[in-house]
Ligand binder design. Structure first.
Ligand code: URA
Length: 195
C-alpha cells in the first residue's frame, strides 16, 4: 500500500496538470481505521474557502447525520470523490457549484481508492450517485439502492458500503426525507450491532 506522502504528491501532480492555481480540499477527521468513512461528491464554495470538507450548509447536513448515528465529526473520516470545487458561471454571472463531470471523477478515482485502503474504515457511507458509481459502476441509481448494504471492491478488497441520498437532494425533494431517516438508522444499527 502507498503512503500519505506519495498520495499527496499524486494529488499535487493532478492539480498542477488539470486545475492549476486551484485549491484542493482533502479529507478531515479520524484518518486511522474510523468506524465509517463519509464520501460526498466534491467541495462547494465554503469548503474551498475553508479548505475542509462539509462545512457551511453541507456541514449542518453532516451534523444531522452525526446526531442521528451518535458519532462526532472527529470520530469519522469525511471526504469527497473529487477534491476540487467544480464550478460554472450562473446566468447572473456569479460562480456556482456544479456536479463533477465523469472525466473529473475518473481523474480522482485512483486517489479515492488509495485513500479508502489507507484509512481502512469499518464501512463507507456514500452520498448520492457520484461516489456510488465511482466505487461501484454496476450499481443502480441511488433511488434503486439507497439504504442497502453493498460492497465496493478495491483492488480485490471488498469494503462494505451503504449508499445514502445526497442531503442536498432532500432540499429539493422533501419526500425523500423519510427514506433518508430510515437509511441513517441502518447505519446506526450496524455501528451498534455490526453486520
Ligand atoms: N457537498 C459535498 O458533496 N461535499 C462537500 O464537501 C460539501 C458539499
Amino acid at each position: 500500500m502507498g503512503s500519505w506522502e506519495t498520495w499527496q504528491a499524486e494529488l499535487d501532480a493532478l492539480m498542477g496538470e488539470h486545475f492549476p492555481g486551484r485549491r484542493a480540499v482533502v479529507g478531515a477527521g479520524q484518518r486511522v481505521h474510523p468506524p465509517l468513512m463519509f464520501i460526498g461528491e466534491a467541495p462547494g464554495g465554503q469548503e474551498e474557502a475553508q479548505g475542509t470538507p462539509f462545512v457551511g450548509q453541507a456541514g449542518q447536513q453532516l451534523q444531522g447525520f452525526l446526531d442521528a448515528v451518535g458519532l462526532k465529526r472527529e470520530e469519522i473520516w469525511i471526504s469527497n470523490t473529487v477534491k476540487v470545487r467544480p464550478t460554472r458561471i450562473s446566468p447572473s454571472g456569479s460562480v456556482a457549484n456544479r456536479t463533477p463531470t465523469p472525466q473529473e471523477v475518473e481523474w480522482f478515482l485512483s486517489l479515492l481508492q488509495q485513500e479508502i485502503l489507507m484509512v481502512h474504515p469499518g464501512f463507507l457511507v456514500t452520498l448520492g450517485n457520484v461516489p456510488l458509481h465511482a466505487l461501484d459502476p454496476e450499481a443502480p441509481t441511488i433511488g434503486g439502492c439507497h439504504g442497502t448494504w453493498r460492497k465496493a471492491v478495491i483492488h480485490g478488497i471488498p469494503i462494505p458500503m451503504i449508499p445514502l441520498y445526497h442531503p442536498a437532494s432532500l432540499i429539493y425533494r422533501p419526500v425523500l426525507r423519510e427514506a433518508y431517516q430510515q437509511d441513517m438508522m441502518r447505519v446506526k444499527e450496524r455501528l451498534l450491532h455490526g453486520e
